[in-house]
Design a protein around this ligand. Structure first.
Ligand code: NAD
Length: 237
């Protein structure tokens, strides 16, 4: 049987690195992406509006012209204060929306066009956030908005292309202990913050990765459009 070919963005550390490991353990052939390239990693700075398409083209070439699954995982969580100068405010919003939402949308577009051309269907897994539903801190409206946008985009794709066997899923993690979360957790008072999570701990990258691998490789087609929460019951909807 043909191995599943998968592109994972932001795969050089954190959740993305765990996703690659989980997929490879299940026999998939993965091409990763980071800000710098490596043997199985395509370099692309997604703050550049042209980068997502170039990343897709390069990944497709490295995977012998076939991609079966796209996993949009790259993202930034950068603060901008409500009283920042308007120019900085605009720059913060534009950068977060570009990396978290527009680049993901461009990659979804490229994936759908490719899946259609091949006539074989395909899967998209978008790593969004609990913030899409719950909102985020006063310094992170733009982050929450980018992730809510990702969820809306995922549902639209699921509804729009299911008849062509193009499936789309989103994952909404709460806090996940990666470099990104460690700083935030410390800035929010560390252990006290954990009291808000009934499970008593933040999620691990491996927990998110196991959900991503399931959606990418095993989830039944009827699950298309599903949004999976991974947050220790810190936000139950
Ligand atoms: P991380 O900072 O460890 O990794 C983010 C990845 O995105 C890195 O590989 C990085 O290189 C890539 N990236 C960032 N900016 C980029 C750019 N301009 N161009 C190209 N690549 C870029 O973070 P993580 O915690 O592993 O996050 C992965 C995803 O999970 C993100 O989309 C994040 O929003 C989401 N998420 C994380 C948490 C958490 O608590 N860690 C919670 C909810 C959602």
């Amino acid at each position: 049987m043909q191995k599943t070919h998968i592109l994972v963005t932001g795969s050089t550390r954190g959740i993305g690195a765990a996703v690659v490991q989980a997929l490879e353990a299940k026999g998939a052939v993965v091409i990763g992406h980071g800000r710098t390239g490596a043997e199985r990693v395509v370099a692309a700075d997604l703050s550049d509006p042209a980068a997502a398409q170039a990343l897709w083209d390069e990944a497709l070439a490295r995977l012998d012209g076939r991609i079966d699954v796209l996993i949009n995982n790259a993202g930034v969580f950068e603060p901008v204060a409500v009283d920042a100068p308007l120019e900085d405010w605009h720059a913060g919003w534009a950068r977060t929306l570009q990396i978290n939402l527009q680049a993901s949308a461009d990659l979804c577009r490229a994936a759908i066009l490719h899946f259609r051309e091949r006539g074989a269907g395909g899967r998209i897994v978008n790593v969004a956030s609990r913030a899409a539903y719950r909102g985020d801190s006063p310094q992170h409206w733009h982050y929450a908005a980018s992730k809510a946008g990702m969820v809306g985009m995922t549902k639209s794709i699921a509804r729009g292309y299911a008849a062509e066997q193009i499936l789309a899923f989103a994952i909404c993690p709460g806090f996940v202990m990666t470099g990104m979360a460690e700083d935030y957790l410390a800035s929010r008072g560390g252990d006290k913050f954990l009291a808000d999570i009934p499970l008593g701990r933040v999620a691990t990258p491996e927990e998110v990765a196991s959900a991503a691998a399931y959606l990418a490789l095993e989830a039944p087609a009827s699950m298309t459009g599903a949004v999976i929460d991974i947050n220790g019951a810190s936000f139950v909807r």
